[in-house]
Ligand binder design. Structure first.
Ligand SMILES: Cc1cc2nc3c(=O)[nH]c(=O)nc-3n(C[C@H](O)[C@H](O)[C@H](O)COP(=O)(O)OP(=O)(O)OC[C@H]3O[C@@H](n4cnc5c(N)ncnc54)[C@H](O)[C@@H]3O)c2cc1C
Length: 428
């Protein structure tokens, strides 16, 4: 691109969006430097986790098409295949078919049918049907009648390991990386990133992909709303692991969700949907205002799992796998999300600085796009993002929240100020 700068492109934040971008741009021959506060997988990345859901069910055509495109990479690309397990997923929806969540699921299936995407969907509406279809959930205590969809083709992505693989591939492709205080951006302006150690890096273009922390280093004008969700784990005995190792994901927007156990550590990751969290700081760009910002467990190790909500995990497990309901919770943490107003990403120039592109707004569903999102971000860098995508992912004027498909489909729940609640003592 240009000899006047240290790099063609600086990518600030090496999580899902950032690593995918580093890989794509380096493959295209750009001189790329990825900066991050931590080595991959970063302690701050929302994807530093055992696993994530790789689904194609979306209630809008664009997201479904993008998810199918990504799924094909998870299934077929040598880089991603080792980190994709076709685990299946049972999705429980409320008995009331007019509920927003039920509409979300039904619309998603309609869209896949319209796109001609075949996955193995089965409607299960009684505890016996679930027990007969999924042997691991044989002893379930689901209510007499409910709605659920079993998709045997849904995937589990081994997220932290996949991030490492993309990082290694990007390095092989020529991307360079700097981590720690030399990689932690503190301020950004056109063509220049200043990091915590005081160093300054320059580039023709800068891409800011710092996830929920993006608004701390560039002004975002309310483009995203940051909140934290609680994640916890249980550790299985060897016998339990053998019994449950091939179970599908269970997902309920009402009760929570859990994954098959990890093959090495034999732990089940459990996501909480019954409460969430927020924290705020003095606004870095608006004197006198506050900004919702992440408050990472790595910096606040006692902020683990909200006291009083352990029972929600028992209820969830007791509903589906009662035998596992009495396990102690381990390795609990708060995981941070940057919601956009409509659940679509934000991939656009930052209006405050020339040649600075911001890519964020993950809205808690972006891990699955690890194989493909870098292609679109690099199109933006190269001035080649198709017009329809540019329009969908543009910087919004006066965004109004709670209308995004993901946001609307969440159940009402308490939102805790992290500074005001008590936490369980969770072992590592
Ligand atoms: C509990 C939970 C469950 C989820 N489940 C799913 C799922 O099942 N399926 C799915 O598809 N998606 C899921 N997601 C969403 C997915 O994890 C995120 O959408 C994705 O990680 C967002 O990618 P990102 O690159 O925007 O941010 P991140 O992955 O969070 O990466 C941001 C990076 O920026 C770095 N950074 C931050 N500040 C700085 C700084 N000042 N300087 C330099 N670097 C910095 C961080 O260290 C980090 O590496 C889930 C998210 C959560 C929290």
């Amino acid at each position: 691109m240009s000899d006047d700068y240290d790099y063609d492109v600086l990518v600030v934040g090496c999580g899902v969006f950032g690593l995918s971008t580093c890989l794509e741009l380096s493959k295209q021959g750009h001189k790329v430097l990825g900066l991050d506060a931590y080595p991959v997988p970063s302690e701050l990345s929302a994807a530093k986790d055992y696993n994530k859901i790789i689904r194609v069910e979306y209630p809008d055509e664009l997201s479904a098409k993008l998810a199918v495109e990504a799924l094909r990479c998870w299934e077929n690309d040598e880089l991603y295949k080792p980190y994709f397990v076709k685990s299946g997923r049972l999705t429980l929806t409320p008995g009331d078919s007019t509920s927003i969540r039920s509409q979300y699921e039904n619309k998603s299936l309609e869209i896949l049918a319209k796109l001609g995407v075949t996955q193995s969907f089965e409607k299960l509406t009684t505890p016996k049907q679930v027990a007969d279809t999924i042997s691991h959930f044989k002893k379930n205590n689901l209510p007499a009648k409910f709605n659920s969809t079993y998709n045997a083709d849904c995937g589990t992505g081994l997220s932290a390991d996949a991030l490492k693989a993309v990082y290694e591939r990007a390095t092989t492709s020529g991307a360079q990386f700097v981590f720690g205080d030399d990689g932690r951006a503190v301020s950004i302006k056109s063509n220049e990133v200043r990091v915590k150690s005081g160093k300054i890096f320059t580039a023709k273009k800068i891409v800011v992909t710092a996830g929920a922390s993006t608004g701390l280093i560039i002004p975002l004008d309310n483009q995203t709303k940051v909140f934290g969700t609680f994640v916890t784990h249980i550790k299985l005995t060897d016998a339990e692991y053998e019994k449950y190792k091939d179970m599908p994901i269970f997902f309920s927007a009402e009760y929570g969700y859990f994954f098959p156990p990890d093959k090495v550590d034999h732990v089940i990751k459990i996501g909480v949907t019954t409460c969430d969290a927020w924290a705020e700081i003095d606004h870095p760009f608006e004197a006198g205002n506050k900004l919702r910002a992440p408050r990472y467990t790595v910096d606040h190790p006692n902020e683990t799992f909200p006291l009083g909500h352990e029972k929600d995990i028992k209820v969830l497990l007791n509903l589906v796998v009662p035998e596992l309901a009495d396990h102690e919770l381990v390795d609990s943490k708060v995981c941070w999300i940057a919601d956009s107003c409509d659940s679509y990403f934000l991939i656009d120039e930052c209006p405050y600085y020339k040649d600075v592109i911001v890519a964020t707004g993950d809205s808690s569903h972006a891990f699955k796009f690890l194989p493909t999102i870098g292609k679109y971000i690099s199109q933006k860098v190269n001035g080649a993002l198709p017009a329809d995508l540019s329009e969908t992912w543009k910087w919004r004027s006066n965004p109004s929240f709670d209308n995004g498909a993901n946001t609307k489909s969440r159940f009402p729940r308490p939102h805790y100020n992290l500074e005001e609640i008590k936490f369980i003592k969770s072992k590592l």
